[in-house]
Each structure stands twice: as C-alpha cells, then as structure tokens.
Design a protein around this ligand. Structure first.
Ligand code: ZN
Length: 361
C-alpha cells in the first residue's frame, strides 16, 4: 500500500547521492520532496574536458550493440514532448494555489473538493494528449529486450498508453489514473480508470469549454460537498488520486524490486530522459548502477548540451544528447527497435485506444 507507512532503513544506504545534490539524505530516497530541475546555477567554474564522443549517435549505437541490461529514468521532459505541462516547475500555479501546496495529504484533508478538481483537471489534460514517439520507442525497447527496466516520475499514464509492458515499467510517483482509498487502513484501489469526469461534481474540470472559467482565479469556485465526491466501495471513505503526494513515502515494494533489479548484475546503460542526471532520483540510480560495473549514463534532455553541471558530470563512456526525447529516442534506439511505424513516430497513435477499439469491434 502506497501511502500510509513511514519507512525506516535497517541497512546502510545503497544509494550514493552525489555531491551535486547536497540537500538529499537517505530519507530522500523514500519521501517525495520537491527539488528544482535545474541546479545549473551551482555549476563549477572549472570546465572539464568532455569525453570525445559524448554526443555521437554512432558511438552510442556501438555501446548499445554491446549492452544487455538497460535502465531508464524518465522525468517531466518526456511528457512535455507530448505537449503536457506537468506543474513540476518550482513556480507552477493552479488558480491562485501553488501546485505543490495542493499535492499534499493536508490539503486533501482540508478541502478534498478543491484537490480533486485540481486532479480532475490534470486527468483531463493528460487525456487530451497522446504518447509521443519517445514513449513508443521505450515501449518497443521493452518488448525487444526483457532486460530493460523503465522508471518514470511521470503520473500521466502516457507510458501505459503506449503499451509499455507493465512488469518493465515502475511508476515511481503513482498515477493520475489509479484511484485509491484515502483511509490508511483500506487497500482498495482501481488502476487504469480513465473516466472523465469521474463524477458530476468534477465535470467543470473535465470539459474544454468550462476550463477558462475554472482556471481564472478571479472567478470564485463553488465549494464541492465531499459527499458528492467518489467514495471507496469497500469502506466508504473518500477515494483519492493514486499519486504520491509531497511528504509521502514512495511504494516500498516497488523500490525494493528496483534495488533487486540493479543488484542482479552489471547495468550497461542508464538512460536519463527528460530530466537531469545530476538531480535526484536519476543521480542516485545512475550512481547505484555505476557501482555494479561498466555503466554508460546517457542523458537525453533539451538542455543536455547547455547544462554545465550535466556536462561536468560526464565520465569517459557517458553520453549527453540535447533535444526533444520524442525525436532522439527513436533514433538512438533504432538498431534494437528498428524503424517505428509512421503513426507512432508522429505521435498520432494511441495504442491503448486502438487496442480497446479492436476489442470492441
Ligand atoms: Zn476504503
């Protein structure tokens, strides 16, 4: 169960958090805390010599051909390539609220209707976009390579909708489309629930025509009676979004599975996609993999060639590719996954939708 138990470490930390993330303690591995994406401001003035082929696709293809076990850690930039705003920026606001203030258990206790409206809006927005070619390339890699594991910080289900094989996908922060029970003693949950609106009270957040009013802070919101929100069929407590809120622990069982996977053998490649390889959690996973063997850390991010901290962290066999993950991933992974079908390359296809349609025909 995701949300209710604090975690205590009984063993020494298996993660080495780099000196670039000084604010992180071992606890940071288990508790969801906000850290800004770019810490470039702290970048060292001493520029390091870059590895010769750090941005060579040909050199990466050579490494890929020799690689077996591959880990990916995905962040907001991958969703942004689908056109989805993620509220992860430190200044992210929704109406007059800081998004980070709404994503807490305390906010839900105080005003479940307001928090549910925020999440109903995010469900609506996630449903209004499609998985991009980057998601499809990762799903294709998972199908080709059983030794590929994909961790994602994104809660928008775009990986799931690209039909990424579920055992090879670990949604670290849960999902907007999993409903769970707000009672700590109840284990009810409902995954892959795409209903929108979830209930009539949340309809204003689920229709494009009412959004401008909803998003205008000068337009007062009618308070939502908690009775009109969805309730748990087992214990009748309020349902809540199945995402990990600030201050809540990540799912212990999932973290253990990831640790076991990393411990099972050398990891040849760590792909860090749409986030920085020098901030948590990617930095922690990259370092953990490096201790197991000969690991290439491969950053795929819009600013990979500008972020001095990323560039300074590059080791001899690392790579950094600057650009849109939706364009770069199909190209980088092509020797393994082949050419993606045109409709997937253009991000116009939603495989989950077409699968569902096939079934109903
Ligand atoms: Zn319940």
């Amino acid at each position: 169960m995701l949300f209710n138990k604090p975690l205590y470490l009984s063993a020494p930390p298996r993660f080495i958090i780099t000196s670039n993330t000084p604010a992180f303690s071992v606890k940071a591995r288990h508790f969801f805390t906000w850290k800004g994406d770019s810490e470039d401001k702290m970048a060292s003035k001493n520029q390091k010599q870059l590895p010769k082929e750090y941005n060579s696709i040909t050199a990466f293809h050579k490494k890929l051909a020799e690689s077996k076990r591959i880990l990916a850690v995905c962040g907001a930039g991958l969703s942004a390539a689908s056109g989805l705003a993620t509220f992860r920026g430190a200044g992210g606001h929704w109406r007059e609220h800081k998004a980070t203030d709404l994503a807490t258990p305390g906010a839900f206790r105080r005003d479940p209707g307001l928090v549910w409206l925020f999440y109903a809006y995010r469900r609506h927005m996630a449903l209004s976009v499609k998985p991009n070619a980057g998601h499809h390339a990762l799903a294709a890699l998972a199908k080709k390579n059983p030794d590929f594991l994909c961790l994602t910080q994104n809660v928008d289900n775009l990986h799931q909708r690209s039909l990424h094989p579920p055992p090879q996908l670990k949604p670290l922060h849960g999902s907007l489309f999993t409903l769970t029970c707000s009672s700590p003693s109840c284990t009810w949950s409902s995954p892959n629930n795409y209903a929108s609106p979830l209930c009539p009270a949340l309809a204003p957040a689920a229709s494009s025509s009412s959004l401008s009013q909803l998003l205008d802070p000068s337009h007062p919101l009618d308070p939502i009676d908690p009775k009109s929100l969805p309730h748990c069929p087992d214990c009748h407590s309020l349902q809540r979004p199945g995402v990990v809120w600030f201050g809540e622990p990540l799912e212990e069982g999932m973290l253990d599975e990831i640790d076991r996977w990393i411990d099972a053998g050398p990891v040849d490649i760590v792909l860090v996609i749409g986030t920085s390889s020098v901030v948590y959690p990617a930095a922690g996973y990259a370092e953990a993999c490096r201790t197991k063997g000969h690991t290439s850390v491969v950053t795929v991010n819009l600013d990979a060639d500008q972020n001095r901290q990323t560039l300074n962290s590059l080791q001899e066999e690392d790579f950094a590719f600057a650009g849109d993950a939706a364009e770069l991933l199909p190209e980088l992974l092509k020797p393994v996954i082949g050419e993606l079908p045109k409709e997937l390359l253009e991000g116009t296809e939603d495989q989950a939708e077409s699968k569902a349609e096939e079934k109903t025909q």
